[in-house]
Design a protein around this ligand. Sequence first.
Ligand SMILES: NC(=O)c1ccc[n+]([C@@H]2O[C@H](COP(=O)([O-])OP(=O)(O)OC[C@H]3O[C@@H](n4cnc5c(N)ncnc54)[C@H](OP(=O)(O)O)[C@@H]3O)[C@@H](O)[C@H]2O)c1
Length: 219
Amino acid sequence: MSAPVRVTLKLASSLDARIALASGASRWITGASSRGAVHRLRAAHDAVLTGVGTILADDPLMTARPDGIPAARQPLRCVLDTRLRTPAGCALLTHGPAVLFHGADAPASARQALEAAGGRCVERRAGESGVEISHVLEWLEAESSRTVMIEAGGRVAASVIRAGVVDCIEWFRAPVILGGDGMPAVAALGLETLGAAPMFRRTQERACGADSWETWERV
Ligand SMILES: NC(=O)c1ccc[n+]([C@@H]2O[C@H](COP(=O)([O-])OP(=O)(O)OC[C@H]3O[C@@H](n4cnc5c(N)ncnc54)[C@H](OP(=O)(O)O)[C@@H]3O)[C@@H](O)[C@H]2O)c1
């Protein structure tokens, strides 16, 4: 499926495509130069989207702060959160508006608490793997977001790749190996043939401090 909103998937991993240790420890795999580049990328996108797994693990702000200073233009910060497990006291909600996409079964009490904390709760159709990404992208398009950068854990990354909506990958890789017991940047895709594997073409590669930063476009 090709979405009208341009979707960028940002991955920050070890050389062997791990984003965290099995224990969940993940800060910071990539270096300061890569993190600065990510803040500039955020500032260049209309929206950024994560999953509730990342909110619960890292409590991120997801604002654009190139050089440590908040950018004049901030992306719309969004979370995929089927059952509204995001804590009302999370850092995301203390720094301006944020959108929480949830399913029909999310508890009304959680919705009330999140809205009281400044969150905008948006109900979308949800299936087995969570809130349906195509419905989220439709909503973003209707809200005039033309570009979205996904910065999430392996579950959301797999979900958007499976949905075929990823136009571009910005991949930052640190010169470390975390091993197969680390958390994969992309969770299971359930592919049965190599021919079914999504393919990308590298369009840029550069050094970013000690890390490498590659840009890949969908073939
Ligand atoms: N290095 C990096 O670049 C980076 C970036 C972000 C996170 N991380 C690490 O990633 C880890 C968390 O990974 P994670 O996979 O648990 O979290 P995640 O991908 O951020 O969030 C996954 C959760 O999102 C919800 N969700 C709702 N709709 C979804 C959909 N369509 N597809 C997939 N998920 C959907 C699901 O919970 P519900 O069913 O409850 O909705 C799901 O369990 C943490 O250790 C964090 O530090 C690393």
